[in-house]
Design a protein around this ligand. Sequence first.
Ligand SMILES: Nc1nc2c(ncn2[C@@H]2O[C@H](COP(=O)(O)OP(=O)(O)OP(=O)(O)O)[C@@H](O)[C@H]2O)c(=O)[nH]1
Ligand SMILES: [Mg+2]
Length: 301
Amino acid sequence: MEEKDFKSGFVALIGRPNVGKSTLMNYLVGQKVAITSNKPQTTRNRISGIYTSNKMQVVFVDTPGIFKPHSKLDDYMDKASLSSLNDVDLVLFMVEPEEIGKGDQYIADLLKEVKVPVFLVINKVDQIHPNKLLPIMDSYHKLEGFKEILPISATQGIGIEDLLGTINKYLPEGPQYYGADQITDRPEYFVVAELIREQILVLTSQEVPHATAVAVDHMNKHERGKLVIEATIYVEKDGQKGIIIGKGGKMLKQIGINSRKEIENLLGEKVNLRLWVKVQYNWRSDPGFLKQIGYDKKELS
Ligand SMILES: Nc1nc2c(ncn2[C@@H]2O[C@H](COP(=O)(O)OP(=O)(O)OP(=O)(O)O)[C@@H](O)[C@H]2O)c(=O)[nH]1
Ligand SMILES: [Mg+2]
């Protein structure tokens, strides 16, 4: 229950693609609200994961990895990440367990403009020998500007208690914004579409995952005790459509089987998932289409 010195606030997760931002958020929330993959540029929209204990409520704001934009979608993704820095209480800048490189230097420079405290979080420390950690931490100490430098592993749970304890120290006293059982700010249909996209990231390669968008069209009727979900997978070219469907429909079937399991896990009920594949030429550079499927810049302000 709410105590007198209850703390709450918003904490942004910022960093290059693939450093483990979404993995950390899921670990903290205790459930998969953001999809993850070993391919960079997995996250495309801001999504919050809500952590609640009897001492505090932290709204973690996961963001797309920051990189040099090549298309309208890329540009949208960078803006989504950077705009989140203006309205949070704290920023976690996540990096790989290695000495600072160009991509991280670029983000570190952007973060100098941020007025709220910034923690440097070195993730994936399970991948390195403990002796290697000190020189890495030193290289970041030299940069200055970080209130705390914290090594963690988002998959092994290393350093997470420390991280939460340190966040607690910096957050202001405040109310519980969300119910204790709410784990994300996004509607279920958004997470459902993402879970389908996650399987496309797992099962296909090269340009296909990046050329794919998923939209849930219907998710409100039941047939024979199952929730019927209809969703469309958009790709940019006929060849990509062929890959998503696969020989004799094999790939699409596998995408359906895998994502249905994840969706049933999320919703806690049986699902009848129906998938369609459509070509939407050059959708990544089409502002009208981006808006139509929810990648809307206005959503950010
Ligand atoms: N070994 C190890 N792998 C990790 C750890 N955290 C994340 N990963 C892996 O790193 C990969 C990327 O994780 P994501 O959470 O998707 O990374 P992200 O920063 O959200 O990436 P974008 O959404 O593309 O910006 C996945 O394969 C994760 O399993 C960790 O602590 N240790
Ligand atoms: Mg991510």
